[in-house]
Design a protein around this ligand. Structure first.
Ligand code: ZN
Length: 88
């Protein structure tokens, strides 16, 4: 899991996501399934009690607090949905 502080953090992961083009499936708001090399990973995007945006992925890299491309792919969908909610 990592705390999202800015888009800079995601630059490498976004570049990888663009290359790999994983499938992102919407589960519910803040919860997505992203295809990876060994099947689907679950990515949870949420705000913790202190107001930090946290992103958790069920893959191995995320266990070590790495920003994985699954998280980047899910976040691009999540951010779009969050914007829609705010303007709705
Ligand atoms: Zn991941």
């Amino acid at each position: 899991m990592f705390i999202l502080k800015g888009i800079d953090q995601l630059t490498n992961a976004i570049a990888k996501a663009k290359k790999v083009r994983p499938r992102v499936e919407f589960d519910c708001f803040g919860r997505y399934r992203v295809s990876g090399s060994k099947g689907y990973y679950t990515v949870i995007c949420r705000k913790d009690e202190r107001g930090y945006k946290t992103v958790a992925c069920s893959c191995k890299g995320a266990e070590k607090s790495l920003v994985c491309y699954h998280a980047a792919a899910a976040l691009s969908l999540h951010i779009g949905l969050a914007r829609q909610q705010q303007t709705a």
